[in-house]
Design a protein around this ligand. Structure first.
Ligand code: 5AD
Ligand code: SF4
Length: 428
């Protein structure tokens, strides 16, 4: 029998990437061919794992759904946009099936049933937001591991708590087993992910304790904590970063550097608190990389508020800023606020912030010239170079040498910067 091909398109966050990887791996195991090359794929089945964080994400998700439908394939629509809007936008058809977040882990079973001619009623299926198996192969070098889902914060602008639900934590043993399995598959870097991971708590085991347990796992791997909310990080938590297995980098979401905007965002810290947290990490590791998300144009954000954001960003020297233009999400508190900001002003602020981000990234890179990093190689390119990331999440390029492989650690000395890239020289 000819093997069927299934193609995956993932929009949005790392959680979606993790869930896509796990689903694709399952399809592969069951004999399907998989790809993530939407443009060129003529797969019989497409899975569009959507995002609804902003209007733009909705729009992109819709575009991919429509294009997949036009290709004439069977289309599975899942993810946060499906949760919110798909039922409204998509007329019932035999060509499209919508799988809500609760049943996302069952996409394989749902597709199989569909191919067998069954009409699947989601109500009769028991979904599990942690019911994904460890992925043997993924669409990238690092292995993403989900430890938590959902959020109870209800920041005034954010739709996530409505589409991913309340915070839930994955059992400790499942996480440890997932990571051990990924290491036996050959992955060298594990990225922990969730919606609000510092709130991890499973039967009394909190985030810090979980990290400690993961670091105790044998093997030559490194652990990266991806996106995290500012929290009361204890000294003992910060001390964990002395362990070379724990990458000196966090993506710590600032959102705004103005205290009055933070208040209206329902974020429970001040600009000063945020800077104290960053100082704490940098007192242990001076070049600790802090990257962030910032929203410009929350209703009522003044020029002065925006300048405060620029000021904090400069003081901290973020390694990278992901700038978002505020987008109205119906059902959220900010959507009902007065003084929505003109799109033109949002565009201007976003441009200024993106320019600052580029400048700060370039400044941050300069810290590494003459220093050592441990690159995890990702791609070997035709231009004669190997590319990958160091432990600080800085991209490094180095000349191809005899025997060089991808997905391998090499100690490198950074010998310069060329065309905005750190140049590494192999040491071992
Ligand atoms: N508009 C713009 N950006 C948003 N984010 C969340 N909600 C919105 C919104 N309504 C951004 C935040 C968050 C990131 C994942 O998306 O910066 O950290
Ligand atoms: Fe959204 Fe705030 Fe929860 Fe992050 S912490 S997912 S921004 S509500």
């Amino acid at each position: 029998m000819l093997r069927k091909t299934i193609s995956f398109k993932t929009l949005g966050c790392r959680l979606n990437l993790y869930e896509t990887d796990a689903l694709a791996s399952k399809f592969r195991e069951k004999g399907f061919m998989t790809d993530d090359d939407f443009e060129n794929s003529d797969a019989e089945i497409f899975v569009i794992n959507t995002c609804t964080i902003t209007n733009q994400s909705d729009k992109k998700s819709r575009e991919y759904i429509n294009r997949a439908i036009k290709k004439g394939s069977f289309v599975v629509v899942t993810g946060c946009m499906a949760e919110q809007y798909a039922k409204k936008y998509l007329p019932y058809s035999a060509q499209v099936i919508v799988v809500d977040n609760k049943h996302k882990n069952l996409v394989y079973e749902i597709v199989e049933a569909h191919l067998g001619g069954e009409i699947v009623d989601m109500k009769n299926l028991d979904g599990d937001v942690f019911g994904f198996e460890a992925a043997k192969e993924t669409f990238h070098t690092r292995s993403i591991v989900k430890i938590q889902d959902g959020c109870n914060n209800f920041c005034s602008y954010c739709i996530v708590p409505y589409v991913r639900g309340r915070a839930v934590s994955r059992p400790v043993e499942d996480i440890l087993n997932n990571i051990k399995t990924e290491l036996t598959f050959g992955f060298k870097e594990i990225v922990l992910t969730g919606v609000n991971i510092s709130k991890y708590n499973y039967e009394g085991v909190g985030f810090e304790e979980l990290i400690r347990k993961i670091l105790e796992i044998d093997g030559d791997f490194r652990l990266r904590i991806a996106s995290i909310e500012p929290d009361d990080f204890s000294d003992s938590f910060v001390d964990l970063f002395r362990n070379p297995k724990l990458a000196p980098h966090i993506h710590l979401c600032l959102q705004s550097g103005s205290n009055s905007v933070l208040k209206r965002m329902h974020r429970h810290y001040t600009r000063e608190d945020f800077m104290v947290i960053v100082d704490k990490f940098r007192s242990i590791i001076p070049n600790f990389n802090v990257t962030t998300d910032i929203i410009v144009g929350l209703p009522g954000e003044t020029d002065e508020d925006f300048n405060q954001t620029l000021d904090v960003a400069q003081r901290i020297g973020f390694g990278h800023i992901h700038a978002f233009k505020y987008s109205r999400r119906s059902g959220t508190l900010a959507d009902k606020m007065d003084c929505q900001i003109d799109e033109k002003i949002k565009n201007q602020r976003s441009k200024i912030l993106r320019d600052l981000s580029e400048q700060l990234s370039a400044d941050y890179q300069k810290n590494f010239v003459g220093k050592h990093q441990r690159i995890l190689t990702e791609t070997i390119e035709d231009d004669g170079f190997v590319y990958g990331y160091g432990e600080n999440y800085v991209r490094i390029k180095m000349k191809i040498f005899d025997g060089v492989k991808t997905n391998k650690f090499y100690d490198v000395e950074i010998i310069g910067i060329e065309g905005g890239e750190l140049i590494g020289k192999q040491l071992n």
